[in-house]
Design a protein around this ligand. Structure first.
Ligand code: ZN
Ligand code: ZN
Ligand code: FE
Length: 765
């Protein structure tokens, strides 16, 4: 027999490799290849030492890469030879904490099929246990307080494992080997059902369990506050009009759509038309809310999403949700547990206090939630999934940057706020924080920022913020920069949108940036929102925009699109004929005030906003004159246009050049729309023609800029591109015109993506 000379190799694996069953996988792999040594989590990677036959070590390393567990995400494997020490076994060692080091943290993952099978199996010891999880699924980011990711540093520290769970935890062949949140009915967190006073609801255990009781309450039309992963959700029977309306009144949310949780894809198909890609997105480990076509035959109450063609649907993502939905046998409204505009409630006392006026009962448990986390929202459009709200299941997974970054904090925009922390080639965009309008949201912002900085070991050297002086995150950035004596980089809003789109796509060269949104502070102090830039991370040139028109009453006009429409027509010198559908919204006194505001330039800020142009057209055509939630008029106009299939004509508009700037003039557009209205053309047709016009206009201006600059890359960003009809039309036309088109995939095109763009620009300033 020939003597085998053993080698020893040190290996470092970086990426999402903790809390995803990576060490058990390494352990089993070492056994398979007959190698000794050890594996351990550190604060920055998984470290491995293997000793044995060199050929077997090679096979081991190759398997590490190709056979890694499904939820892991390997960024990098490095190895270096060492001196064999004569290990006699392979073991999993305790985690090694190192100061200043960090690692990627897995988002929370929807319940896996095996765990699901166990909770519905009467013979399993986890039958009906709502906190079942394993290395392939369960909470991660919402329970982690610090790294390395080990039970004592999670909110599971209060629950000591029973012998059975401990045995699973220690058995390398078990699915729960080193599953940090491992729990069972013996030793883990427990549910309780209480009323608004916090008193336990009596359950006759001979006939009922907590789920049959909860289901009965939901069936009776009651509203339940359910403690989920990242906070409380409010649940009610989605097929019960009365219950849904009660929820609306109590939550003070008059018509903004609610999301619905359904038991299975089969159930979703009863209510919605979904394609295979949408089904895949619904079933993905992130399990987001997906906006899908709502069937007219669906029994879901209209009040769930009044007047809308798309319904936000999600599948259950924790055992608790699976059990609740299964026992109720009905689709359930699941909406964040808060009053409109406030952050989601996360603690039991906080929930009883803040949600006492909304929920009738509380289904809650004794495991703390460390990070507040909303449900994510996604769509499948033009060949790819796109994120509308990025939170559970996605954050804090980073966007990989096409450059090396210093440690930067970008504070984000005011609406749909996220912040972004960058280091090396990663940008960590926070989960959706919300609209920064009140102290509670600011507190959520500061707490989340602290957690991210602690976990990612980031001490910002540069602070980035929007140019808008009144944005709360901008004020926060200024204070922080002054306090810490750090440079503050002000980034123009639409430049940030385009930079975000570039970073999202990993590109670094100059692009034609098309930024269409509602509101952004311009370098001239005006309200921008229909902008064409030539941009890279270093800077931008502003080359074209919609012409400036007045918003009579400023923010008032945003809530009442008819004011915008009237202001635009008056400023353009177009007569407000009394037969226009717009006039139904406009009392005479208000019209004379608007006329004053416009002619005397009183409280009528100038805007080039594309969002406001959609508002104006929605009001002009009588589609919607007043809104209850952001972008409602544009959403209605899109729905309207979508029903005029096959309409291809466009309205005229004019491009003029002033001091090298292309101005898109709207007089011709408005007069043509009014002509159509007088000719009794259906509003669906008018809406479709308007959408066609905006797409054509974008391509026209891009062609123009391309001719001047030679650029062929177009990056589309801004909340207006959430309009699926406009988005798909524009992308198609740009591709036909020979452009390489870049759109968002990892972060939203709306202001939720702004922080990423700010971080990219700040690094290059
Ligand atoms: Zn599982
Ligand atoms: Zn146990
Ligand atoms: Fe924006």
């Amino acid at each position: 027999m020939t003597e085998i000379t053993n080698s020893l190799v040190h290996i470092s694996v970086k990426g999402v490799v903790q809390g995803v069953g990576f060490r058990p996988f390494v352990f089993q792999l070492a056994q398979k290849h007959d190698l000794n040594g050890w594996v351990a989590n550190t604060s920055e990677d998984v470290k491995i030492e293997v000793e044995g036959d060199p050929a077997k070590i090679e096979a081991f390393v190759s398997d590490l890469r190709t056979k890694a567990p499904p939820l892991s995400h390997i960024e990098n494997i490095t190895s270096a030879p060492g001196i064999p020490t004569g290990y006699d076994k392979f073991e999993i060692r305790n985690s090694i904490a190192e100061a200043g080091k960090y690692q990627l943290i897995s988002p929370d993952i929807a319940t896996c099929p095996q765990c699901l099978h166990e909770i519905f199996n009467p013979l399993d010891r986890r039958h009906l246990y709502p906190f079942t999880n394993c290395t392939n699924c369960g909470p991660r980011f919402t329970i982690i307080k610090d790294i390395p990711y080990d039970r004592p540093l999670t909110t599971m520290r209060d629950f000591e494992m029973c012998p059975a769970c401990q045995a699973e935890y220690e058995n390398p062949a078990d699915r729960r080997f080193h599953a940090q949140p491992n729990a069972c009915p013996e030793c883990g967190p427990h549910l309780e059902l209480v009323d608004v006073q916090g008193r336990a609801v009596e359950i006759d255990i001979e006939y009922d369990n907590i789920f049959t009781k909860s289901a009965q309450l939901l069936d009776d039309g009651k509203i339940l506050a359910v403690k989920g992963l990242g906070g409380f959700l409010l649940a009610c029977d989605a097929t019960n009009d009365g219950a849904v309306n009660t929820l609306r009144v109590r939550k003070r949310r008059s018509s903004k759509p609610f999301a619905v949780m359904m038991a299975s894809i089969a159930e979703v198909r009863k209510h919605c038309e979904i394609n295979e890609e949408e089904a895949k997105l619904l079933k993905s480990p992130a399990a987001p809310i997906v906006l899908v076509k709502w069937k007219t035959s669906s029994t879901i109450a209209n009040a769930v999403a009044p007047g809308l063609k798309y319904l936000g649907v999600m599948l259950p993502y924790t055992p608790l949700h699976h059990l609740l939905v299964r026992f109720t046998c009905k689709p359930l409204v699941m909406t964040s547990g808060n009053l409109s505009e406030e952050p989601i409630a996360k603690d039991n006392d906080e929930a009883l206090r803040r949600l006492g006026g909304i929920a009738d009962y509380f289904l809650m448990h004794n495991r703390d939630i460390y990070a507040r986390y909303d449900d994510s929202v996604a769509i499948y459009e033009s060949g790819s999934p796109r994120i509308v709200r990025r939170a559970r299941g996605y954050a804090p997974f980073p966007v990989k940057l096409p450059y090396q970054s210093r440690q930067i904090l970008a504070c984000g925009a005011e609406e749909k706020n996220t912040f972004c922390l960058a280091r090396e080639n990663y940008a960590f965009v926070s989960q959706h924080i919300g609209d920064m309008e009140n102290m509670e949201t600011l507190e959520h912002y500061v707490n989340t920022l602290e957690l991210y900085q602690k976990l990612l070991k980031i001490t910002p050297q540069i602070i980035a913020a929007d140019m808008h002086p009144e944005y709360l995150p901008t004020k926060y950035a200024k204070e922080l920069a002054a306090k810490e004596n750090l440079p503050l980089v002000s980034v123009q809003h639409h430049h940030a949108h385009i930079a975000a789109c570039m970073a999202d796509n990993g590109i670094t060269d100059r692009v034609i940036g098309v930024a269409l949104d509602g509101t952004g502070y311009g370098t001239d102090g005006k309200i921008w929102g229909g902008e064409f830039l030539v941009a890279d991370y270093h800077g931008f040139e502003h080359l074209a925009h919609l012409e400036y028109l007045p918003l009579p009453g400023g923010s008032q006009a945003i809530k009442k699109p008819y004011r915008t429409a009237a202001g635009y027509l008056l400023a353009l010198g177009i007569t407000l004929n009394s037969s226009l559908p717009l006039m139904q919204y406009l009392p005479d006194e208000e019209l004379s005030i608007i006329r004053d505001q416009v002619t005397k330039n009183l409280n009528a800020p100038q805007t080039s906003s594309m969002g406001r142009l959609f508002d104006a057209v929605a009001a002009l055509t009588g589609v919607r004159g007043v809104i209850d939630y952001e972008a409602q008029a544009a959403i209605d106009l899109e729905s309207c246009a979508a029903s005029a299939t096959g309409e291809t004509s466009t309205y005229p508009y004019a491009l003029t050049i002033q001091d090298g700037m292309t101005i898109i003039k709207l007089f011709d557009l408005f007069t043509a729309i009014i002509k159509d209205i007088h000719a009794r053309i259906r509003k669906e047709t008018v809406a479709a023609r308007f959408h066609n016009t905006v797409s054509a206009l974008v391509v026209d201006v891009c062609r123009d800029i391309s001719a001047k600059t030679g650029l062929k890359k177009a990056a589309l960003s801004g909340g207006v591109f959430q309009n699926r009809l406009l988005f798909s039309k524009t992308v198609n036309l740009l591709v036909l015109a020979g452009f390489q088109v870049y759109t968002h995939h990892q972060v939203p095109c709306n202001d939720g993506g702004i922080s990423l763009g700010q971080a990219a620009v700040a690094e290059h300033k």
